[in-house]
Design a protein around this ligand. Structure first.
Ligand code: 13P
Ligand code: SF4
Length: 335
């Protein structure tokens, strides 16, 4: 019955239908398509709760790259943003990689265009380039090592102290690594629109109202915010911290999608999203939230929008990702 309904929705006068029969249970239909197409759904913690609930794997950028490298599925449905799906394609040239909404970009990645970065890099020929995975394949191809927020400090620490380094594109994560490692890496002036929106003033007020709450933050946040954090880590590290720490109340400075897993793992604990400095009271990533359960279903049904890459660019971008994977394995780091 469900199979018939799905089939009936595939074409209409030779065109793909984008309206979905409202009687189709999308959760069931997605499970069916998953089996039929030998597909795997990889979702970032910032995705909608419904998407997280149908995913085979939910993780941070490091975990997702590792999951993409290890899958034997024929099709990877990447519920995240473009640079993440692109990384999955770089690691899996022979698999189909689809992204529910191809417009799901990233303000941080956009803040570092390869043409400008290339000119910047030329000025410092004796510097090694470490780039945060939140960048385009073009930037990856210009880099020596890729890192994520889950392994950045260890990767930088593994290099000789006198090694000159350019870090791109996130100036906040870069400043955090500089502080942790006692270095002075040259920082590209990029930032994430979601992690720069928090209001220090409102957080301080919130801490006063919730004296028992711990304040935890992602290293993409600005340094004045990180200075008052009880714990700083990638999304996976923040999630683990809330599970292992005895505290029952947390103020969380990162995208709100992560609260779904925090609440699921610890239903009796209280999670308060850190307030932004605007009146909309939300710190959702508008790029991540372009993906919906409906678009995810359609992307599985039609096997598009697909990530297509130039082979030369893919190979150049893969080299620094391989280096990161190798180092993460060496350090025993999992996302
Ligand atoms: P992590 O997945 O490394 O925690 O980074 C968060 C982020 O901003 C992804 O876009
Ligand atoms: Fe990019 Fe920030 Fe959105 Fe992550 S949360 S995808 S870094 S804009």
């Amino acid at each position: 019955m469900l199979e018939e309904k799905i089939l009936a929705s595939v074409t209409q006068n030779g065109f793909y239908k984008t309206e979905i029969d409202p009687t189709i249970d999308l959760f069931e239909a997605i499970q069916l398509l998953k089996k039929e197409k030998n597909a795997v759904i990889l979702a970032h913690y910032y995705q909608d709760a419904d998407i997280q609930d149908v995913a085979d794997y939910i993780g941070d950028s490091l975990g997702l790259a590792q999951a993409a490298a290890n899958t034997d599925a024929d099709m990877i449905v990447f519920a995240g943003v473009h640079f993440m799906a692109e990384t999955a394609k770089i690691l899996n040239p022979n698999k189909k990689v689809v992204l529910p909404d191809l417009r799901a970009g990233c303000s941080l990645s956009d803040s570092c265009p390869p043409e400008l970065f290339s000119l910047f890099k030329e000025k410092y020929p004796d510097h090694l380039v470490i780039s945060y995975i939140n960048c385009s394949a073009g930037i990856k191809a210009l880099s020596d090592i890729i890192c994520t927020s889950g392994n950045a400090v260890q990767i930088v620490d593994s290099l000789p102290q006198d090694q000159k380094i350019i870090f791109a594109p996130d100036k906040n994560l870069g400043a955090y690594i500089n502080k942790q490692s006692g270095r002075s890496m040259l920082l590209w002036n990029g930032a994430c629109m979601v992690h720069e929106i928090f209001s220090l003033e409102k957080i301080i007020r919130l801490k006063i109202r919730h004296p028992k709450a711990k304040f935890i933050a992602h290293p993409e946040c600005e340094s004045d915010l990180l200075a008052i954090a009880d714990f700083i880590g990638s999304t996976t590290q923040l999630l683990k911290y809330t599970q292992l720490d005895s505290c029952n109340e947390f103020i969380v400075a990162t995208e709100t999608g992560i609260l779904h897993q925090m609440q699921k793992a610890c239903p009796d604990k209280i999670f308060i999203p850190a307030p932004p400095n605007n009146n909309c009271a939300c710190n959702d990533c508008p790029h991540m939230k372009l993906n919906t359960l409906e678009k995810l279903y359609l992307s599985m049904l039609y096997e598009q929008p697909e990530i297509i890459m130039d082979e030369q660019l893919r190979l150049a971008a893969k080299r620094p990702i391989d280096k990161m994977m190798e180092l993460s394995k060496q350090f025993g780091l999992l996302g």
